[in-house]
Design a binder for this molecule. Sequence first.
Ligand code: MLT
Length: 340
Amino acid sequence: MKHWSLIVCAVLAGATLASNEGMAQTYKKQTILAASANTPDSNHGTVFDEFKKIVEAESKGAITVKVYLGGTMGDEVANVKQLRNEELHVASLFTGNLTPSAPIANVLCLPYLFTNMEEAHAVLSDEGFRKTLADRVAKESGARPLGWMIGGWRSITNSKKPIHKLEDLQGLKIRVSPTAMQLAAFRAFGIEPHPMAWSEVLNALQQGVIDGQENMYLTNQEQKFWEVQKYMTEIHYILWTGAILVSDSWYQKLDPDTRALVEKAVLAAQKREWSSAEQVEANAKKLTIEHGMEVTIIDPKEEERWKERARGIWKDFITTPEMKALSDQALAIIAAMQKK
Ligand code: MLT
């Protein structure tokens, strides 16, 4: 009797498995609207290339991903509002440009938080951290980060002079993204920076409205800033991170299969971006030098002065229990990494 009931159970289990395996997901015919204010050659371009490939292949063409690159859907701050209104479904942007709508995202922009890319990988791989941050960002902005991008250091470029020390910033008109954190950091460095939407930067550099800006080497390469900038100064105040966001109200309405596919495609895009970032950044640095830009690496002792000033602004941003909890969590993950 026992013997027979075991056989029956095994047959039933096998049948269930076979029917699940044979069950093809069905996807409603639809178009996903995706945007980035950056070019196809940027890390945002890589993300959307992977995202589109996976969604369209796995849905067997039922879902079309229409990608708007190069700022045709507006600048990064505007893209967040478009996600909230479901005018866009997916967008990728520098985390700083998310902070006007979601101040909690400042946790990733605290100056001198990270000392290398691996620490950012560890923090943004931690499920607990990701979930708390994603839920909070969604609540504040209506846009939900399903994935993250990690790039190089935001270094300063300008057309006027090399920067070796804090005092060399004097007299330079430096653009920063329109974020409270970056404005405060540059004020702590001793100058009044110029906040400006990302999509206006190249033109403003060409017209001489600003002398410089700060971004990673890859951005310097894909925007060909070397045509209008002569000097690059490596500092390590903010590691470029970016959010791959979905419209939260749209995402919550998706059927389970489509939602799972969107999540899977974002994570695959994140994986591709993370695995190439270091190499891509090194190559962009090589090209920056080959195109005639003079690179200065700030002396570590001098950078301690930058760090001390920039760290002084943390207290102005860690002002809510949520921000305190999340920044403590990030610091604990980083401390654990540094002990290894
Ligand atoms: C900015 O400076 O506004 C951003 O870093 C642009 C980007 O998304 O790469």
